[in-house]
Ligand binder design. Sequence first.
Ligand SMILES: [Fe+2]
Ligand SMILES: [Fe+2]
Length: 277
Amino acid sequence: MPGSGVEQKTGRHAGSLVRVKILFIGDVVGSPGRRGLAASMPGLRERFSPDLTVVNGENSAGGMGITSKTAEELFSTGADVITLGNHTYRHRDAYEYLDRTERIVRPSNYRRANPGHGSTVVEAGGMRVAVINLSGTVSLSAARSAFDEADLLLDELEDRCDAMLVDFHAEVTSEKVALGWYLDGRVAAVLGTHTHVPTADGRVLPGGTAFISDVGMTGSRQSVLGVRIEQAVERMRTDMPVRFETATEDVWVMGAAVEVNGDGLADSIEPFMIPAP
Ligand SMILES: [Fe+2]
Ligand SMILES: [Fe+2]
């Protein structure tokens, strides 16, 4: 914007008309979530015409964790990349799958020797897009700070991609908002997951990073974060162990659509929540 006093951004693809539309889907919970997403994908494709679909699958197997089977189901539903979170290692038989499958990422700031990897680069809409998974460290455990890890990864990925998207799997809004500001202008999007409750703060930050504290979940809303209501209430009422089962009624799909421009920054973010057909 010459003469406007606003500093011109000189991005990796400055001036090019390339752009990529990213559809990001919040934590898919159990088979109701997987089925609901599959039934909703045709409508989502029509509405957002995504070049790249990223799905958080950390709750896709029985409400907690992921298996090779549920991952493959999400891929065949239309996920190009699957992100994870604190339930990554729930199912032991998935470890080898995480190691060998490029398009599935677990939090990068977990121990380096742990199964899986923390980022991947995919081609979409004529751009190379890095998808990065990070875990918060407030009320969740990770081996290293998400902030330091982001700095390292951004340096490492700089020459290998044109845009970067971060799934920040974290518990508290303060940490999520802080990482959003920390990465503003450096990545296309910082999208929060894990709480299963969508927040109303989706926007493009001044430096060009699409941000939302939490996109919500894909699963039953007749539930407590995907768990059957009576079981979750019983656990909280009694402080005793209660077996959790995945709720099945009233499935919604929650997420956000982000448009990324040739500078590797966001033009828009549109959070959404829709009832599964
Ligand atoms: Fe989750
Ligand atoms: Fe989580």
